[in-house]
Design a protein around this ligand. Structure first.
Ligand SMILES: [Zn+2]
Ligand SMILES: [Zn+2]
Length: 301
């Protein structure tokens, strides 16, 4: 896990984050993802600077192991001077060795955040779910940590005051907020009251606005006026000149459904929950259901 450096803002990793959410649903299935309907509770991972160090670390690690449903896994946590915030050795198990940066000895309240990320590496390792390259794999890890209910800790570890800033993980604060909001929308959770960091709360509200926009893209009926107008224009173009003629780059793409008839036109767009591609016929009001995350999609195609 990375440590230090200037804090990057915005959504530079959004495409990889979305691919990670799709990959989670594919690898775990809808039922397993929804077994994580309850997040790690703040009280269960709270760690005060007055708590004893090693018993406290083991307590928080056990709580995360329980949350991630790794019944036989045991985390052996130690501290040492290191450049990174934390690291884990991915071996066959059932014992896994995690090293935390020495500074956590005196910053105990963020130990839960560091362990949430490192233990998720163990989860993904056991699921044999990886993205190629360190960068994308770390984004997958942060996204999975957050989508499965422990990543709000990583967002809450983001703090800025006049003199210093701290952020853990590879996602930007807004991206953590976005994934947390995607989770909140899918599970009906309200994490607003869990934050101790004002900057984390702000990033969450920004991520929430971004996540809501995913559900307001055409051809979804919740799309705004401008989006619908653009969609109608693109659709007309596809109907007149053929689906391949449409300009690429939009949130949707037209294709022919296998016949030359106009009624054979289809439109593909990302599911606003899991970002799998959905394809529906172009014929006015259509209700579709995402086969991966089971979201019901009201479309006006
Ligand atoms: Zn990592
Ligand atoms: Zn979906």
């Amino acid at each position: 896990m990375a440590n230090g450096g200037p804090v990057v803002h915005g959504y530079p990793h959004l495409e990889t984050v979305r691919s990670a959410i799709t990959a989670l649903y594919r690898r775990l299935s809808y039922d397993t993802v929804h077994a994580f309907a309850t997040s790690v509770a703040p009280v269960d991972v709270a760690f005060a600077d007055t708590d004893d160090l090693y018993p406290g670390v083991q307590r928080v690690a056990r709580e995360l192991v329980r949350h991630y449903r790794l019944p036989d896994a045991r985390m052996i946590v130690s501290f040492r001077e290191m450049q990174h915030a934390a690291s884990v050795e991915l071996a066959a198990g059932p014992e896994y060795f995690i090293e935390l940066n020495d500074r956590f000895r005196t910053h105990r309240r963020d130990i839960g955040a560091a362990l949430a990320h490192e233990i998720m590496h163990v989860c993904l390792h056991r699921l044999d779910l990886t993205f190629p390259g360190t960068r994308d794999n770390e984004i997958l890890t942060d996204t999975a940590t957050t989508y499965l209910g422990a990543g709000w800790l990583l967002l809450d570890a983001f703090r800025e005051d006049g003199a210093s800033s701290q952020k853990l993980g590879y996602l930007t604060p807004e991206e953590f907020g976005y994934v947390l909001a995607k989770r909140s929308l899918a599970f009906g959770e309200s994490p607003e009251t869990w934050f101790t960091s004002a900057q984390a709360y702000t990033a969450y509200t920004q991520g929430l606005a971004q996540a809501r926009r995913d559900g307001q893209q055409p051809p979804l009926t919740a799309a705004g006026w401008a989006g619908r107008r653009r969609y109608a224009k693109d659709r007309r173009h596809a109907q007149v000149h053929g689906p391949q003629s449409a300009l690429p780059g939009g949130p949707y793409a037209f294709s022919s459904g296998g016949t030359q008839e106009r009624s054979g036109l289809r439109v593909a767009f990302p599911c606003p929950t899991c970002h799998q591609r959905i394809r529906v016929p172009v014929r006015g009001r259509v209700r579709a259901r995402c086969g991966l995350c089971r979201t019901v999609l009201e479309c006006d195609t």
